[in-house]
Design a protein around this ligand. Structure first.
Ligand code: BDR
Ligand code: CA
Length: 308
């Protein structure tokens, strides 16, 4: 099997952590490096969480710390969902692992510029690192095979009535990225909300009786409690893993092409406007996920976790 080379840009985060577990072990993917951005929590906390996951699961992945704040707006976190640490729930051993010295944005540029073949970038946090890399070295655009994003929504948001967290947290960065000419796959709330993690799903992962299954349980039980307190639901959406599931098996999502732009003013600040009816008369710049095969999705996650 030829492996798809990816860079994973993330802000772990419970659902990011599951995406990491998937990307780090699945034979269809070669995880070249992990870049961290401020988002669910401060950069420092997100980096710590990434290193804890790698150490706990013995993952041989380099971790690079990136931007510690959005391009223009004030930093915004999702501590209500992911807790004070950004990954409340699991208890880890004292942390020994360290990040690489290079800044994540410089790593992204170097990895792409020196690559012999195109690389896929997966972005499951605010798009600050990606926008910075594009601005600093636009030549990377040619080297990116696809940019697979968890972010946005065709319909309503989860931070404001209009905006989803990853886009809202750095909407100017999102605008740069969506207008960069990259081949974008957008996995928004429209599909990720359908990936609702029930207690039955949690139990089935824990029943794998391995480190990954137990970590999944310890994280998702806390995540679901927080989702219940904030949104009144019992099964929280497992947003970020949808991107990796699509890389493993593209049949899991139904995609529809359109032009997507980011609202950067007014009440709907951070909204992803998906122009399916060509009202803006602009060339399509994204394939937006409109449906998900939920059973296949959980099957893929289980396959990934069983590799531990
Ligand atoms: C996104 O926001 C974060 O809290 C999650 O990790 C996910 O990337 C969902 O809106
Ligand atoms: Ca995330």
């Amino acid at each position: 099997m030829t492996k798809r080379k990816i860079i994973l840009d993330c802000d772990p985060g419970h659902d990011d952590a599951v995406a990491i577990m998937m990307a780090a072990r699945h034979p269809a993917i070669e995880l070249l490096g992990m870049t961290i951005v401020a988002g669910n929590q401060t950069l420092q906390k997100n980096v710590r969480n990434a290193l804890n996951i790698c150490q706990h699961l013995d993952l041989d992945v380099k971790v690079y710390a990136g931007c510690d704040r959005p391009l223009v707006v004030e930093e915004r976190h999702a501590g209500d969902i992911h807790g004070q640490t950004g990954l409340d729930g699991p208890v880890f051993q004292p942390l020994i692992r360290k990040t690489e010295d290079k800044h994540a944005v410089l790593y992204i540029i170097d990895e792409l510029i020196h690559a012999d073949e195109k690389i896929t970038v997966v972005a499951i946090g605010p798009l600050t690192n990606i926008a910075m890399a594009i601005r600093l070295q636009p030549a990377i655009i040619e080297k990116i095979d696809q940019l697979v994003i968890m972010g946005g929504s065709i319909t309503d948001g989860n931070v404001t009535p209009a905006a989803e967290f990853n886009i809202y947290a750095d909407r100017e960065a999102a605008r740069i990225v969506f207008n960069s000419g990259l081949d974008i796959v957008m996995c928004g709330l429209d599909v990720t909300r359908k990936a609702a993690c029930t207690q039955q799903v949690i139990d089935s992962m824990a029943a794998l009786n391995n480190k990954a299954g137990y970590l999944f349980r310890d994280m998702l039980e806390v995540y679901n409690r927080n989702q219940n307190r904030v949104f009144g639901i019992t099964a929280g959406p497992l947003h970020d893993p949808v991107t990796i599931a699509w890389l493993i098996d593209s049949s899991v999502l139904t995609l529809k092409e359109c032009y997507v732009d980011i609202e950067t003013a007014g009440y709907s600040y951070g909204r992803t406007n998906c122009d399916f009816y060509w009202k803006a008369k602009k060339a399509n710049n994204a394939r937006v996920a409109v449906d998900i095969d939920v059973d296949r999705f959980w099957q893929i996650i289980r396959e990934c976790l069983s590799l531990y």
